[in-house]
Design a protein around this ligand. Sequence first.
Ligand SMILES: [Ca+2]
Length: 497
Amino acid sequence: MGGELSCTHGWIENCHFINHFWPVFPLADIASTTISEVTLESAISYTLGGMDDELMYSNFAMKWTLILLVLLVMGGEVQGNPNVILIYSDDQGAVDLNCFGARDLVTPNLDALAGRGIRFTQFYAAPVCSPSRASLLTGLTAQRAGVAGNAGGTAGLPNEKFTMAEMFKAAGYRTAQIGKWHLGMAPEMQPNAQGFDHSFGHLGGCIDSYSHFFYWSGPNRHDLQRNGNEVHYPGRFFPDLMVEETVRFIKKRPEDPFFIYFAINSPHYPYQGDPEWLEYYKKQGVPYPRDLYAAFISTMDEKIGTVLDFLKAEGLADSTIVIFQADNGYSTEERAHFGGGNSGSYRGAKACLFEGGIRVPAIISWPGKIPEGEVRSQFAVNTDWMPTLAALCGIPLDAGSLDGKSLVSIIHNANAETAHAEGYCWAFKTMWVARKEKWKVIGNPYDSGRPDAVFNEPLFLVDLEMDPGETTNLAGKYPEKVKELETQYKKWVEDSE
Ligand SMILES: [Ca+2]
């Protein structure tokens, strides 16, 4: 499928330009045409070479002229319909991969993925699971997506929100959600009602990986479904079930493009690393609870590696965009042994808006199509993936109303400007943030990494370039900057309603 220009999967049907200017040849004619081995140069010579034969001109030159025109219109990004696997890890610290700075972790598969793609060093999400997933899947801030806090009871992602899965489905992709959902239990909020043809996993925030019972609170409840129907695999390790489901889904119709949202519930508690990794970290002398967390991270890395190896073995590696990102910072909850993760020099952890809560590891890879082994430091956000993937996959999307912005120019150019020069805001419970350029103001600060920390002032201003660890409150020194960011936040609240 790599490099094949096919209209059977959607994007050409959706391109009104082509439908309008294609009076002679049916779309099926270009569906069978591949562009993988045809360079721009040879295509042009095709065009010119056909000039002395009217029929040749009609059949080839016009076809190639139009195809080239469309490629130019689409910014040269369209390489056919690449597959997409979006891997979303759970409660992982900002530096908790070897390639993001951890020196005590073994993560060869994700390090290699970064080596084949781009690693983002200033990438943000929301501070807890559901808001992060809602913003990822809609391209909207969690507030605008209608999921300001964790899903539970009747709360979840409203059915009327347009999701990334619905975007891919409309473009003819096969779509699957495999792993954690945590965006609502009601039938109209479940994956199959939100654009996923296929779904397998748990609807709540976490499960025991072997019994598949909900792990956060009582009453005890088995939480494992396939397409809305409860299924039982007692004793089977859930990440293994996810890998098997992924392989089965791809193998079913490997010739058709797919979008898989692979939401692995690791290293979210309960820490259930492979016994061999537990033994390894024990031997290395890694202290508790880091040893438990580390074993689960390395186990996750292995399972993701199995999926990536499968893609390679099936010849799909070059035609598949792989994104890896964590949903929020590491947890300091009791069930996470009060820690184990690491946000490096960044302050805070899951459930707060200091950098350690929202700054997460993120990688994109598409071998041969985007730069490899490079690093980007521009301010980017998980809402950016939806418009970015639309652009990379050639899917028309009215992105103007989204909070996310396409990262395509940043992907191709290390010096491109951030897509968020106008700033960005977050809110979680009573805490809020307005960010613009290097400045960040935090309202009602709370540090989940150090819950004993006392804040005497309700507003905490940080210069992230000078002080990425958010140690010093500059609010008293720069009152005008505080006022400006407060105004930005108030406007955002109004716009979110
Ligand atoms: Ca999470």
